[in-house]
Design a binder for this molecule. Structure first.
Ligand code: BES
Ligand code: MN
Ligand code: ZN
Length: 488
């Protein structure tokens, strides 16, 4: 249900501009500097471009913003975007300028006149990310017209754009998974989509309930036992690094729907819990990108896929389950299910792969939204270097991330009278006690970071690079982390 856009880079040809249909975008440099393309458009429009660029409105625009002229005289085009973008504009502005065009993109397509801008590929990347659409409308076909970017050296720009294609595909894979409703994206369907990635060279294994039972994953299995969808753990390996080198591990919460279970959630807004597999979605998108760009690193992605439903067989508040690690857990609230799933998957990842570092992603708590809103994901770690590297990668990719505290002082909040630990610590510091719970299932010697993406996976409105719906937050950050820290 998604409609990717194809982008072509071609040599600049200003002769055909008068007869181009659709939209035309042209870059205007600092202080209103017009290149040959803008000057040609100016002649065709009898000076309208120069007048617009000299206007107060254009002067007031920030970098990456545009003045849009509708149905300009002298052109066939339906709109002319005068985009304020200097040659030295940062990556963020290039993507943002492209995103505005991606948002406006329709059936008639767009021609971008990027001149000899050295990073026109970044603009095209922003355009592609924002042009993403996802819906189940039957009454309209949101097909995109051609997207053509005219540049001085098309081969050079196309070469720079190639890695972005792998990234965009990973981001779209994540967004699709998160946007899919739970009647479509069942645990079976999710696992099948991951198994299909074997075609890309990933090694994919699906552990079924009987396997999980043998491994002793009673914490994970307890969450899924009220659902008719079978619980699964999917292991994806990308071994593009040195043979035998310990992998970097990514672990994701994949709750395909979270009703809360017997501790059922209120009806209002419950439909949003189709996104509760967002952590698993990001892990899957990153693995896809790594395979597509043939990353030179060993990375294992492991997702726990379950559905949290109330039924006669469902887990109850008060139940005590034994985790794969061997620790007993008192289930106070069946709606604090993500940490139960992750406890077993984190332990499995360490026992089987002895990873050199481990990051897990999860739409884990509503409390992280209270703390950080929809601007930042919450980072909780046992290792300052790892969290520093992730913050750096997130900043470079324009994805909000904030380091939250994780200190032993919070541990008493999840002490249980009857078991080794309980699965909720009450309202205070809700996202921290969730992280403290996970920490119990992480070995001290493994550098680890938990990323709570509840606020950023599916924000209430559009973002710069995504329409309303799933953002795919984290794919860019983690791919960059892997590139910077685990490759070469
Ligand atoms: N999946 C939810 C967290 C969530 C809330 C994600 C809002 C996205 C948006 C999680 O399983 C949950 O229900 N957490 C509870 C924990 C509580 C019972 C301790 C919460 O945050 O209320
Ligand atoms: Mn829940
Ligand atoms: Zn949940």
């Amino acid at each position: 249900m998604t409609h990717p856009v194809a982008i072509r880079f071609s040599e600049t040809d200003i002769e055909t501009l008068a007869s181009r249909a659709g939209r035309i975008a042209v870059l205007i440099g600092a202080e209103g500097k017009m290149g040959p393309e803008a000057r040609r458009l100016n002649r065709l429009t009898k000076g309208a471009v120069a007048r617009a660029v000299a206007s107060e409105a254009f002067g007031k625009l920030k970098s990456a913003e545009a003045l849009v002229l509708g149905w300009p005289t002298g052109l066939e085009a339906e709109a002319l975007h005068l985009v304020k973008l200097d040659r030295r504009a940062p990556q963020e502005d290039l993507r943002k300028a492209g995103a505005a065009l991606g948002k406006a993109l329709g059936e008639s397509g767009v021609l971008v006149l990027a001149g000899n801008h050295p990073r026109a590929d970044e603009l095209a990347f922003g355009l592609a990310l924002r042009a993403y659409r996802f819906d189940y409308h039957t009454d309209e076909k949101p097909v995109f017209g051609a997207v053509e970017v005219m540049v001085g050296k098309p081969e050079e720009v196309a070469a720079k754009a190639a890695p972005h294609a792998a990234l965009a595909e990973g981001v779209f894979f994540t967004r699709d998974l998160v946007n899919e409703p739970a009647n479509i994206l069942t645990t079976d369907d999710f696992a099948a989509r991951l198994a299909a990635m074997q075609e890309l060279g990933l090694e994919v294994e699906i552990l079924e309930e009987a396997d999980l039972e043998k491994l002793g994953m009673r914490a994970l299995l307890g969450v899924g036992q009220g659902s008719t969808s079978p619980s699964k753990v999917v292991v994806m390996q990308w071994n593009g690094g040195p043979k035998g080198e310990a992998p970097f591990a990514l672990v994701g919460k994949g709750v395909c729907f979270d009703t809360g279970g017997i501790s059922i959630k209120p009806a209002t807004g419950m439909e949003e819990m189709t996104m509760d597999m967002g952590g698993a979605g990001v892990v899957s998108g990153v693995m896809r990108t790594l395979a597509l760009r043939k990353a030179k690193a060993n990375v294992v992605g492991i997702v726990g896929l379950v559905e949290n439903m109330p039924d006669g067989n469902a887990q109850r508040p008060g139940d005590i389950v034994k985790s794969m690690k061997g620790d007993t857990i008192e289930v106070i609230n069946t709606d604090a299910e993500g940490r139960l799933v992750l406890a077993d998957v984190l332990w499995y990842a360490q026992e089987r792969f002895a990873p050199k570092a481990m990051v897990n992603l999860a739409t884990l708590t509503g409390a992280v939204i209270i703390a950080l809103g929809h601007e930042n994901a919450g980072l909780f770690a046992n290792d300052d270097n790892l969290v520093g590297d992730i913050l750096k990668a997130a900043k470079a990719e324009g994805e909000g991330a904030w380091h939250m505290p994780l200190q032993p002082a919070y541990d008493p909040l999840i002490k249980s009278r009857l078991a080794d630990i309980k699965n909720t610590g009450g309202r205070p510091a809700g996202s921290i006690t969730a992280a403290a719970f996970l920490k119990r299932f992480v070995k001290d010697e493994v550098p680890w970071c938990h990323i709570d993406i509840a606020g950023v996976a599916l924000p209430p409105g559009e973002t710069t690079l995504a329409p309303k719906g799933a953002t795919g937050w984290g794919v860019l950050t983690l791919d960059r982390l892997i590139r910077d820290k685990f490759e070469g």
